[in-house]
Design a protein around this ligand. Structure first.
Ligand SMILES: *[C@@H]1O[C@H](CO)[C@@H](O)[C@H](O)[C@H]1NC(C)=O
Ligand SMILES: *[C@@H]1O[C@H](CO)[C@@H](O)[C@H](O)[C@H]1NC(C)=O
Ligand SMILES: *[C@@H]1O[C@H](CO)[C@@H](O)[C@H](O)[C@H]1NC(C)=O
Ligand SMILES: *[C@@H]1O[C@H](CO)[C@@H](O)[C@H](O)[C@H]1NC(C)=O
Ligand SMILES: *[C@@H]1O[C@H](CO)[C@@H](O)[C@H](O)[C@H]1NC(C)=O
Ligand SMILES: *[C@@H]1O[C@H](CO)[C@@H](O)[C@H](O)[C@H]1NC(C)=O
Ligand SMILES: *[C@@H]1O[C@H](CO)[C@@H](O)[C@H](O)[C@H]1NC(C)=O
Length: 495
């Protein structure tokens, strides 16, 4: 089973109206479920140890000439987009010439004062899910796809009000990103993803040299709880090796993030129990029989039974946002349905239809090599995940020691990587509290709760938001990221 990590998620659900009865529409969750399952199985071959970073800078980093490419990458218009005033770019950056590996990126400059605002990278997780599919087109990007699958509407609270925002589809095999060496798809993992992301970034900065000295932040959600810290660690490492600030990394922002397997699992079942999704008996069985610790090599039959019982209860709800409606009719409509700030539960289908249009791909300089598979929200060409450390908490400590800003947020109606998990994970660090748990508010309403720790680590919830926080609470998510980028504490205004 160890080789079936991601491929199981790609049952072709998009044009079948039956499976949409379950939460099968959300591919991001299936990718994560499959990884967890594989990691916890007794015969897992996934390496869960920490990543060893290379000691030799010159050997690893290849900078290619980027002359003239920025201009070519300028996107004049997405088909069906409303008028906007900011500049957009999309295209490929080669990350490994000999293998023929290239990452697709989409870059949205800030609407106003782009020269002064920081550069913010956003990564989605999975593993194997696309930052274009989720981050750009359903969460924090400037546009979302209408139900006709061919026109776009504006996200009023896009994060390019606060930063110049860069999305990249990684690793190769995700979205439009590809490798001409198909063997690469059998060798994916956290370490190679971090290394390729780093090479991508250095080369991208050659293409956009005006951003080289800009303050740089990395953000992401879900399994990007691995990608973001691992890329940040790589950046710190190479800055040190080069004795030079190659990239001006200032901080990281991760949401509903997978950061520590043991507490992530514990917190998840605890959330199911405390949110009336599973019975007290099942909760008690899980507490009694399940050992989620890293060293537990076998899982007891009692534990398996209890978790199976729990999972059966969750089949027909959106575990990413337990109070949200699910997608009942994934069919496109001939004219756009009315839109709101909350993403339509069927938006994955609209996004899939839109990104697979030839005119869209041409306009955004994607799929220039005519790939032999469709663009997917989560990859079905990546077949195996090689390594996934059981915890990234030591990296968070390292960032704090290096004066990076570390903010962790959590949409509190996500049941998959819920607030309970995040709290337990942070608690394992035993950090002194600077400002204890209190509401933060925005425009006169409580937007969530926040606790700050000594050493510039902040934990903030977003009230009523699911896993993809900006999809559900777009305005408050923009407030959150704006505070993060300026380093201003979230207000303790009790109203
Ligand atoms: C680093 O790699 C280069 C090129 O492979 C090699 O010439 C050099 O000796 C290496 N340096 C160290 C310190 O390993
Ligand atoms: C390029 O990728 C291949 C695997 O496809 C790997 O063996 C090689 O070391 C990579 N080259 C560099 C410079 O990273
Ligand atoms: C992959 O192969 C295609 C077709 O030969 C080529 O056009 C493209 O440049 C290659 N990609 C990379 C990154 O080398
Ligand atoms: C690192 O750079 C600083 C100045 O930029 C210099 O003083 C120092 O000697 C360098 N250290 C090493 C190990 O090269
Ligand atoms: C897990 O195993 C490692 C290595 O064998 C050991 O250092 C560690 O203390 C163990 N952790 C627990 C919680 O038993
Ligand atoms: C979606 O479209 C298909 C094919 O046109 C049709 O058979 C099906 O009934 C539609 N589903 C719904 C729920 O309207
Ligand atoms: C790329 O283009 C080809 C040919 O038009 C198409 O069949 C394929 O689905 C596209 N793939 C992606 C990833 O967009």
């Amino acid at each position: 089973m160890e080789n079936t990590l991601i491929c199981v998620l790609v049952i072709s659900i998009f044009f079948s109206c039956f499976v949409s009865q379950s939460h099968a529409g959300n591919k991001q969750i299936q990718a994560l479920d499959n990884l967890y399952k594989t990691k916890r199985s007794a015969d897992s071959t996934i390496d869960t140890s920490h990543i060893e970073l290379p000691r030799n800078v010159t050997r690893d980093i290849v900078l290619l000439s980027q002359d003239g490419l920025k201009k070519k990458d300028r996107i004049s218009n997405f088909p069906g987009q409303p008028f906007v005033k900011f500049d957009q770019y999309g295209g490929y950056v080669t990350v490994n010439e000999s293998a023929g590996r290239a990452f697709y990126y989409y870059f949205v400059e800030a609407e106003t004062s782009k020269q002064h605002l920081p550069l913010l990278l956003w990564l989605n997780g999975g593993p194997g899910c696309s930052s274009l599919a989720y981050g750009a087109m359903q969460e924090l990007g400037p546009f979302r796809v209408n139900s006709d699958g061919k026109t776009l509407y504006r996200n009023k609270f896009a994060w390019n009000h606060a930063a110049n925002v860069l999305f990249v589809e990684s690793p190769a095999g995700v979205g439009f990103s590809y490798s001409n060496t198909s063997l690469d798809f059998n060798k994916c993992g956290d370490a190679s993803t971090a290394a390729d992301n780093y090479v991508f970034l250095l080369n991208w900065l050659e293409r956009f040299p005006e951003y080289k000295d800009r303050d740089f932040y990395i953000s992401g959600e879900s399994y990007a709880g691995h990608y973001v810290p691992q890329l940040a660690q790589t950046i710190l490492h190479y800055n040190k090796m080069a004795n030079k600030t190659l990239i001006h990394l200032k901080g990281i922002l991760i949401g509903n993030a997978v950061i520590n397997d043991e507490t992530d699992n514990l917190g998840m079942y605890q959330y199911f129990g405390s949110h009336a999704l599973i019975s007290d008996e099942t909760s008690a069985q899980i507490r009694k029989y399940c050992d989620f610790s890293q060293n537990a090599t076998t899982r007891s039959a009692e534990c398996n039974k209890a978790t199976d019982d729990a999972n059966r209860n969750l089949d027909n709800i959106d575990i990413y946002n337990i109070y949200a409606p699910i997608c009942l009719n994934p069919n496109l409509t001939s004219s756009p349905k009315p839109t709101s700030h909350v993403v339509d539960p069927c938006s994955e289908y609209y996004t899939y239809a839109y990104m697979n249009r030839a005119d869209v791909q041409e306009a955004i300089h994607a799929n220039v090599t005519k790939l032999d598979h469709a663009w997917e929200l989560c990859s079905d060409v990546i077949r195996h995940w090689h390594d996934s450390p059981s915890t990234i908490i030591p990296l968070l400590r390292e960032f704090m020691e290096n004066n990076l800003r570390v903010w962790i947020f959590s949409g509190d109606t996500d049941g998959r990587v819920p607030i309970t998990s995040t709290k337990y994970s942070i608690n394992t660090m035993n950090l002194p509290i600077k400002t204890s748990w209190h509401p933060w508010s925005y425009q006169g309403e409580v937007a969530g709760f926040v606790q700050a720790y000594e050493g510039d680590l902040t934990l903030a919830t977003v009230l009523g938001a699911g896993h993809q926080v900006p999809s559900y609470k777009s305005k408050n998510s923009l407030a959150l990221v704006s505070h993060f980028l300026t380093g201003e504490a979230l207000g303790n205004s009790r109203i």
